[in-house]
Design a binder for this molecule. Structure first.
Ligand SMILES: *[C@@H]1O[C@H](CO)[C@@H](O)[C@H](O)[C@H]1NC(C)=O
Length: 304
């Protein structure tokens, strides 16, 4: 693969992908996600621009690059089974060949944290109904059911992908208060921002959280602060809601709304985009569209 999407984006004016191109890429990525979910029964759990790589526009790019690099820089490395040669890593293989840019497609990579949901494993903690229970996802992309300890499935990737659209299409992060002043992940502030965008979470989600929290994790896990935790509430420093479903940190809810977050779109694209993301950013995972359903959304249709 040629380079990650965040480097590719820099090649464009204002570091923005043209909207038609971005829509095509979003469609391709949904095809990939649908394959991962429907055929492979796998949750990626780590979707970010660095894990989307653009393919080469033609075969000459790599050959020419290698020819320019003779001799290739490398170092020997021992990995326990003997020595091997590790070549220097490169992420800039030179200018694009403009004639073939349409051959470049984005692909989802890095399955190091991916989790299969069709068989039990120590990573998902799997509880019989094909739900994972341990914390997953980069902080900024974390789905509400993960923070609240409700158990998660493929739909956690859909939330993640919805948040990622702001990175693909725009240049400003959707969530802006995910970290506290010391740089520590702040789940309560993250939830407060979700409430600003989506309204308060439905009772069904909070009930699920309460009932799941009655069971401790089979294997305790250490959180960012280094504390050994036995459930999601300990891990993310909850509780976040009281027994009457009231959010305990009302003052953290910002006044921004989802409509305020799309300066990168023209008026006529905005409504369609908001309708698209509202199918991904829902409190209840079961109300989120699948990747296949999202492929049909009008936002992705090109032309008038
Ligand atoms: C880790 O867990 C401890 C104990 O529950 C909590 O005090 C701390 O805030 C947690 N760290 C984070 C980053 O949530």
């Amino acid at each position: 693969m040629r380079e990650p999407l965040w480097i590719f984006k820099r090649r464009f004016v204002d570091r923005q992908l043209p909207l038609a191109l971005a829509k095509a890429y979003i469609y391709f990525l949904l095809v990939g996600l649908d394959y991962l979910h429907s055929d492979c029964k796998t949750v990626h759990t780590d979707l970010k621009l660095g894990n989307i790589l653009m393919s080469f526009e033609n075969e000459n790019i790599l050959t020419n690059f290698i020819n320019r690099q003779q001799p290739m820089q490398y170092k020997p490395e021992s990995d326990g089974e003997g020595d091997r040669i590790v070549y220097r890593c490169h992420n800039d293989l030179g200018p694009l060949d403009a004639r073939d840019i349409k051959e470049m497609v984005p692909k989802i990579v890095d399955f190091g944290l991916a989790t299969r949901l069709d068989r039990p494993s120590s990573r998902n903690g799997f509880i019989g109904q094909q739900l994972g229970i341990y914390p997953i996802q980069p902080d900024y992309y974390r789905a509400p059911e993960v923070i609240l300890g409700c158990g998660w499935d493929f739909k956690a990737d859909i939330w993640n992908f919805g948040v990622l659209l702001w990175n693909i299409l725009g240049s400003q992060e959707l969530f802006q208060q995910v970290y506290d002043t010391t740089g520590q992940y702040d789940a309560k502030a993250h939830l407060a921002e979700m409430i600003a965008f989506l309204g308060p979470p439905p009772t069904a989600l909070l009930e699920k959280s309460t009932s799941m929290l009655r069971t401790k994790w089979p294997h305790p896990m250490t959180n960012d602060t280094g504390k050994l935790c036995h459930d999601a509430q300990e891990f993310f420093n909850g509780p976040f809601f009281n027994a009457e479903d009231k959010f305990l940190y009302h003052s953290l809810i910002p006044s921004r709304s989802l409509e305020d977050t799309t300066p990168f779109l023209e008026e006529n694209d905005r409504d369609s985009f908001l309708s698209f993301v509202r199918k991904m950013l829902t409190w209840l995972p079961e109300e989120r569209s699948s990747a296949r359903e999202l492929m049909e959304h009008p936002f992705l249709k090109l032309g008038p």
